[in-house]
Design a protein around this ligand. Structure first.
Ligand SMILES: O=C(O)c1ccc[n+]([C@@H]2O[C@H](COP(=O)([O-])O)[C@@H](O)[C@H]2O)c1
Ligand SMILES: Cc1cc2nc[nH]c2cc1C
Length: 354
């Protein structure tokens, strides 16, 4: 099932890409003057298979999970914050909630591996296991569990698409998840901890030094195979990262655009890209996270975010901001006048010249 989904992902339509660019070049504006909005419109058209894509119904999926590696004292806050903040999202009071509301977007919160047993109205219960093991000492999870987490992400996107959603955001909540994200990036690329590891939600200089050491030692201990993304996820990944990687695969499978949030989301995008590089054609990065490893992952993916806001909250918070810009890009494509329509018989030009 997972293998079939990964192998059957198709490239976006090259013909629609060309047709959309031709139409944009005919609009009443200097050629190229809407910059990145033009690129985004072309991409969404090519993904959707039409130069008149439907208005977007938008939702961010938040994958919430705990991380055993927090036992090493390398995370920004106590582990309990994962569960508390996941519930706060369902109470509509966190950063992602207010940014979603401001941009007409919905939110789904998935318990894919929160350590305590919790339930709350609206919480989607898909716990694979109660948090990962401490990868400083043992593999984070079993390969089978990494596969299950990918499938949870794929199924989440499929069910949202069945509900009519056609623009998906990828978010997370997981104290300690910048550690597994750095580890995943280092496992794939061989990058040094000095470029890949940052302070996450905020830790001391001493804790940062320890975080670098813990991650480097874990990679030396487990030797994840960079050509086997499931091995990387199982040995040093996270359930949230695996679930988000599944969201990217699911979006490509369903032919809907999918937005990357910050550092953790970018690491998940890299996992999906390594499973099938075609997934990249469906990805839209939102903002340049202040977490230092983010730019390196973007370089690896060959993508460039549209916003520089010095944010590093996570939760998916960059996605609804990007949704607003994607809506505007599609408005250009479907509602803006062409030169021919706006300058009938050249009368307008005559008027402004005289
Ligand atoms: O999205 C980002 O770029 C980002 C950067 C730093 C931290 N975070 C958030 O902070 C938490 C992880 O930080 P840490 O220090 O516990 O690894 C997790 O819940 C993320 O949502 C998110
Ligand atoms: C309060 C808090 C909120 C968060 N949201 C995402 N990661 C977070 C980490 C903390 C500590």
């Amino acid at each position: 099932m997972l293998k079939t989904i990964i192998e059957t992902i198709e490239p976006v339509s090259a013909a629609i890409r060309t047709a959309a660019q031709t139409h944009i070049d005919s609009l009443v504006k200097p050629p190229g003057s809407l910059g990145k909005l033009e690129e985004i419109a072309v991409q969404v058209a090519a993904i959707s298979g039409t130069i008149t894509p439907a208005p977007r119904k938008k939702c961010t999926i938040v994958m919430a999970a705990d991380h055993g590696v927090v036992a090493e004292g390398i995370a920004c806050a106590p582990q309990e914050v994962t569960a508390i903040q996941s519930i706060n999202m369902l109470k509509n009071i966190t950063g992602i909630c207010v940014i979603s509301a401001a941009n007409g977007a919905d939110l789904r919160v998935v318990d894919i591996g929160i350590k305590p047993t919790i339930s709350h109205p609206g919480l989607i219960e898909r716990k694979i296991r109660p948090g990962t093991a401490n990868f400083a000492k043992e593999p984070a999870m079993e390969r089978r569990e990494a596969e299950q987490a990918l499938l949870v992400g794929i199924e989440m996107v499929k069910s949202l698409v069945a509900e009519g959603y056609n623009l998906i955001g990828t978010g997370e909540m997981g104290i300690g998840n910048t550690s597994c994200s750095s580890a995943v990036y280092m496992a794939f690329t061989g990058a040094h901890a000095d470029v890949a590891v940052g302070k996450g939600g905020g830790i001391s200089d001493e804790a940062l030094a320890r975080k670098k050491q813990v991650i480097s030692a874990a990679l030396a201990l487990h030797q994840p195979d960079p050509n086997d993304p499931l091995d990387v996820l199982a040995k040093v990944g996270g359930l949230d990262v695996a679930g988000m990687a599944g969201c990217f695969l699911g979006a490509a499978h369903c032919k809907v655009p999918v937005v990357i949030d910050g550092f953790i989301s970018a690491a998940a995008a890299l996992v999906a890209y390594r499973l099938n590089p075609l997934v990249k054609e469906y990805m839209i990065p939102s903002h340049l996270s202040a977490e230092p490893g983010y730019v390196h992952i973007m370089r690896e993916l060959g993508l460039e975010p549209m916003l520089h806001l010095n944010m590093r909250l996570g939760e998916g918070s960059g996605c609804p901001l990007a949704f607003g810009i994607i809506d505007a890009a599609l408005g250009m494509l479907t509602d803006m006048a062409t030169f021919d329509e706006a300058m009938i018989n050249g009368d307008y030009l005559v008027d402004i010249r005289s």
